[in-house]
Design a protein around this ligand. Structure first.
Ligand SMILES: *[C@@H]1O[C@H](CO)[C@@H](O)[C@H](O)[C@H]1NC(C)=O
Length: 393
């Protein structure tokens, strides 16, 4: 849910994601697949030490926050329930008075304190250290759940989640993302139903001192056993902190700089650009390949006789072409394609036929597929033109 994460209010950007589970190895350059996401998995850390997180946050700290009088329903505190498949929020409006809050709790509602760092200097300090470590915002919520109840529907979040069991116990089930589109999602899911879930990849009862990590996009649900309440804090990080999110910020800035510094970017668009750009024309390049019936009858010729030069070199047959040469910078290397020697005859055929058009199926290649793929390649490089436009606009 979107309220699941509220960024901590302070902290600077530093450090690398090294040490995050699973460890990432930052490499120079643009490498969004540094680590295949398929390897991401939930992790359960059993400490066998109920006092492991002592002092971080407790029900007593929650009570103290309520008594402080600055906790407001909705803004800082959500009263929730999930029973018989129905998820409800019971927030009254205004200040969360302790008696009202505890009454909800006695009636089986869960209490989610948003951004406990607002009320707890210890949590605030803890998050600021993690934020430094991750190089990304860190946030937190605490969840107090009465015995025998569940406060939330199964769902996934847009953050890396670290569940720290502070008091009592909680039974957790974690499920893998269901589709590729739900792997490392940008946004949290809706409330899901049990029928939408498969088998959990992890099921465990967390006890005080234990930690459960699950990656962004892993569906999860936690419920209390009949005999124990639960208090946990979920620490979150990596919200909108992907390569794509970074580029979303960088590219417009880079483009603006290019516009200011390079006159090429300020040239007016060609008058006919709508005739070959945009979604309406996106099939044009593939038209030769996809519709082979049509393709073989397509009449083509070289753009100009001088547009290519065929050279037999030690490394192979090279086709030098000029259509991609920049008109601004003359220091670039000549553009060439290494072509299959079998295509030599067809290239020579195109040269000798110029300026007449020839059908793709008359190219002296062995198979129709070869004829079409050679024609497509040359067409994509702008070396070949077709007699008729491939797409009528
Ligand atoms: C889940 O259901 C609750 C209660 O209706 C609602 O307040 C909450 O916004 C829902 N979550 C999402 C992500 O839709």
């Amino acid at each position: 849910t979107s309220t699941h994460l509220k960024p901590a209010s302070a902290g600077s950007r530093a450090g690398s994601p090294r040490g995050v589970h699973p460890p990432e190895t930052p490499r120079p350059g643009f490498s969004p697949r540094v680590r295949p996401h398929a390897k991401r998995a939930p992790l359960l850390v059993r400490r066998g030490d109920p006092g492991y997180y002592a002092g971080l946050f407790s029900t007593a700290d929650f009570e103290a926050a309520l008594r402080g009088g600055e906790v407001h329903f909705g803004t800082h505190l959500d009263v929730t329930s999930y029973a018989e498949g129905v998820r409800e929020t019971h927030n009254p409006s205004g200040r969360a008075l302790p008696a009202v809050v505890w009454d909800f709790y006695q009636n089986g509602c869960s209490l989610r304190l948003l951004s406990p760092q607002t009320f707890s200097p210890t949590v605030w300090h803890f998050l600021s250290i993690l934020q430094e470590h991750f190089g990304s915002m860190a946030g937190a919520n605490t969840y107090l759940t009465p015995p025998g109840t569940q406060g939330f529907a199964p769902h996934y979040d847009d953050i890396e989640a670290f569940v720290l069991q502070l008091e009592g116990k909680k039974h957790w089930r974690v499920y893998s993302p269901r589709t590729d589109a739900e792997v490392l999602p940008q946004f949290s899911s809706a409330n899901l139903t049990q029928a939408e879930l498969g088998e959990p990849v992890l099921e465990a009862v967390l006890e005080a001192g234990d930690l459960l990590y699950f990656p962004r996009g892993f569906i999860h649900q936690g419920d209390c056993l009949p005999d124990a309440h639960s208090l946990h804090i979920t620490v979150s990080s990596y919200q909108r902190n992907s390569w794509g999110d970074l580029l979303e910020k960088l590219l417009p800035a880079a483009l603006q700089m290019a516009l200011e510094e390079d006159v090429e970017y300020r040239q007016g668009l060609p008058m006919d650009y709508l005739g070959y750009m945009g979604v309406a024309n996106s099939d044009a390049r593939d038209a030769l390949l996809t519709q082979s019936e049509k393709a073989q009858n397509t009449e083509v010729r070289l753009l100009r006789h001088g547009v290519i030069r065929l050279c037999n070199e030690e490394a192979g047959v090279m086709l030098y072409y000029t259509t991609e040469n920049s008109r601004v910078y003359h220091k670039e290397e000549p553009k060439f394609l290494e072509i299959d020697p079998e295509y030599t005859d067809s290239i020579e055929f195109l040269l000798s036929s110029y300026p007449n058009h020839v059908s793709v199926n008359t190219l002296p290649c062995e198979t129709l597929e070869d004829k079409i793929s050679l024609a497509t390649l040359l067409f994509e490089k702008g070396i070949l033109t077709t007699k008729k436009p491939l797409v009528q606009v």
